[in-house]
Design a protein around this ligand. Structure first.
Ligand SMILES: C[S@@+](CC[C@H](N)C(=O)[O-])C[C@H]1O[C@@H](n2cnc3c(N)ncnc32)[C@H](O)[C@@H]1O
Length: 267
């Protein structure tokens, strides 16, 4: 299993830039999620943590690794707000699934949602959102945000590789952002298979893939992403690429290092 590297010197440009984002993590959020107790979201269980264990020795495939990062406030991926690219897609009406169609809400899955700023955004726009993360800490925080704002979403505290058994019905679209790069790269193929499985026929995989890099896979997360690999997985799992673009609306710290791929499930 890959060992993880938050404390590892972030030698590559990809790692260095991800680490810089740590400076922007709001203190209030660190405190809030520390105060939160697991169990707010569906399926969460109280977990015991071996906090003394160096995080780089923990397994990125295990919920305990991610929980530990949330508990320590080592959440450098968190932008502290909704993803500008998603906001723009929704504002322009370019997201492939409408919030409402013939009286039915568009159903969107957000895998590895973390604090779920995009979940809040989608719920506010009127979507039926399924938010998945196997770390209970961010889901607890997200649950509170949703209820404070009078919004609702389905929060599932489960391993996304077991998602099909927890979903009552397929989703119309997946919004993928920084989940792919967080997974053990050896499980990326399986991840695409799961996304395909939970999408309805003709459903959409809308992925903003970050951090793009031509460097070989090193220690992570984040594990670098290659455009060619994303395209190959899409093709292998029966998706057709309908659109791709390098958005100008990316967060300034990520501009030029992420690309939007809009796939449709066709077979
Ligand atoms: C890098 S963070 C990104 C969070 C969020 N997408 C964002 O942009 O702020 C990756 C998230 O995926 C979750 N995650 C990783 N592997 C997972 C798995 N197998 N099942 C469910 N969640 C997972 C982690 O707990 C973490 O919250």
């Amino acid at each position: 299993m890959p060992r993880c590297s938050f404390d590892f010197p972030w030698a590559s440009p990809v790692h260095a830039s991800f680490r810089q984002l740590l400076d922007g993590v709001p203190r209030s959020k660190r405190r809030l999620h520390q105060e939160f107790h697991a169990g707010v979201a569906v399926g969460c269980q109280d977990r015991k943590f071996a906090a003394a264990r160096p995080i780089r020795e923990m397994d990125v495939n295990a919920a305990a690794y991610w929980s530990e990062r949330y508990r320590r406030g080592e959440t450098g991926w968190d932008l502290g707000g909704e993803t500008p690219v998603l906001r723009e897609l929704l504002q322009r009406g370019s997201f492939p699934v409408p919030a409402q169609d013939a009286g039915r809400k568009g159903r969107i899955l957000v895998p590895g949602c973390g604090y779920g700023h995009d979940v809040v955004l989608l719920a506010r726009r009127g979507y039926d959102v399924v938010a998945v993360d196997f770390a209970p800490e961010p889901l607890g925080w997200l649950g509170e945000q949703l209820s404070r704002k009078g919004l609702a979403a389905q929060l599932l505290c489960v391993d996304l590789f077991e998602l099909p058994q927890h979903l009552s019905e397929p989703v119309d679209a997946v919004w993928e952002y920084t989940c792919y790069c967080a997974l053990d790269p050896r499980r990326r193929d399986e991840y695409f298979a799961i996304l395909r499985q939970v999408l309805r026929a003709q459903g959409w995989l809308v992925g903003l893939f970050f951090p793009l890099s031509s460097e070989p896979l090193g220690e992570g997360p984040p594990f670098p992403v290659s455009r060619e690999e994303v395209l190959a997985f899409g093709q292998r799992h029966g998706f057709v690429l309908r659109q791709r673009l390098v958005p100008q609306s990316s967060h300034p710290a990520r501009r030029g290092r992420e690309e939007l791929f809009v796939f449709q499930k066709v077979s």
